[in-house]
Design a protein. Structure first.
Length: 95
């Protein structure tokens, strides 16, 4: 007096389909999580690269802004540094 396997499966077919759907959702969720992890790693690498670029440009800008560098750059244009006191210009008031 055993249970008929085909009758048992037919009686619980809805539950088995539900379990199969849950298994598919579980697998899809795992794949989506892995995709997001890989995407985050790529974005982190991109952030590191951009940070290094920013730091190198900032360093270069600070170096080029030094007084000695500016003097050398404008010397080619015929400009030179003024060594005396600055002259004050007086503008008469307008009427």
């Amino acid at each position: 007096m055993g249970i008929d396997p085909s009758a048992f499966i037919l009686e619980n077919l809805g539950f088995l389909v539900f379990l199969g759907g849950l298994a598919l959702l579980y697998i899809a969720n795992a794949h989506y999580a892995e995709y997001n992890v890989r995407r985050i790693q790529v974005l982190e690498d991109e952030i590191k690269e951009q940070r290094w670029l920013y730091m190198s440009l900032q360093s270069e800008n600070m170096y080029n802004g030094l007084r000695s560098e500016v003097v050398e750059d404008v010397r080619d244009n015929g400009l030179r540094m003024h060594r005396g006191k600055p002259k004050k210009l007086a503008v008469p008031p307008s009427k």
